[in-house]
Design a protein around this ligand. Structure first.
Ligand code: ADP
Ligand code: MG
Ligand code: MG
Length: 237
């Protein structure tokens, strides 16, 4: 189990996260729902070790991993899909997904995963992961790489952003695939209909955890209170 315990984060004297407590149990799927600026990406970065919290601990199977960096956490099976996808000049999609051939991936599996993220193998496997691909296409490719990694935890920071109208169905298929291979998903989004697709949800606003529980319940609460939260919920207040 992956846990955040009493996480607080301050940057330039400004409080970004306050007393965040979250638990992510294996075999379940989770979303972190909240408006823009709520602190969702910061939570992802605390989980991944990109950001070191000012207070509190990150625990994996009750071991304190707060001091571990990104590489060390990746080795323990924690991975992150960044909100902004990267470019890799001179590397093809297939090379990227197999780490230049270092990872043995069955062609059928590669095809299955690429098609799952909406990219036909024949059209994309030999394209370069550079600026000739749109942001949405690069995001799909990074998602495919996480699907193939079969890590313990996959944190997806707004996987639906930059994708088109079929994103809802795509996310459903992605969640199903992760469930099948035993990866626990932490899905970050500001879309309630996307958050409703996971088992459990955390609603975050202004750096605080406002509600947790079954996704349906959290989404209902979010719909009812979010307008008010925008008015009163300035981070640092
Ligand atoms: P979300 O992902 O929910 O949109 P973020 O975690 O990106 O929210 O941001 C939380 C808060 O931290 C916001 O108020 C944002 O303006 C601030 N913030 C994020 N990144 C930086 C940064 N590099 N420097 C200063 N403030 C930042
Ligand atoms: Mg944002
Ligand atoms: Mg964000």
């Amino acid at each position: 189990m992956l846990c955040l315990r009493d996480i607080t984060y301050e940057r330039n004297g400004r409080r970004i996260l306050s007393e965040i407590n979250m638990k992510f149990q294996e075999g379940m799927s989770y979303s972190i729902l909240g408006p823009n600026g709520a602190g969702k990406s910061t939570i992802a970065q605390v989980l991944m070790g990109v950001v070191k919290p000012t207070g509190g601990e990150v625990l994996l199977d009750e071991r304190d991993i707060t001091g571990l960096n990104v590489t060390e956490r990746a080795r323990l099976g924690i991975t992150l899909l960044w909100q902004e996808p990267a470019r890799y000049d001179g590397i093809t999609v297939k090379e990227y997904l197999t780490l230049g051939g270092k990872v043995k991936v069955d062609k059928n599996e590669l095809k299955e995963v690429l098609e799952l993220v909406g990219l036909p193998y024949e059209l994309y496997a030999h394209r370069f992961v550079d600026k000739s691909l749109s942001g949405g296409e690069r995001k799909r490719i990074e998602l495919a790489s996480l699907l193939l990694l079969r890590s313990r935890y996959a944190i997806l920071d707004e996987p639906d952003s930059g994708l088109d109208i079929t994103a809802g169905e795509l996310i459903e298929n992605v969640l199903e695939y992760f469930r099948k291979v035993g990866t626990t998903v932490i899905l970050i989004t500001h879309h309630e209909e996307i958050a409703a697709k996971t088992d459990f949800a955390y609603f975050v606003c202004a750096g605080r955890l406002l509600k947790k529980g079954f996704s349906r319940e959290v989404v209902d609460y979010y719909k009812k209170t979010c307008g008010r939260c925008f008015l009163t919920g300035m981070v640092g207040d």
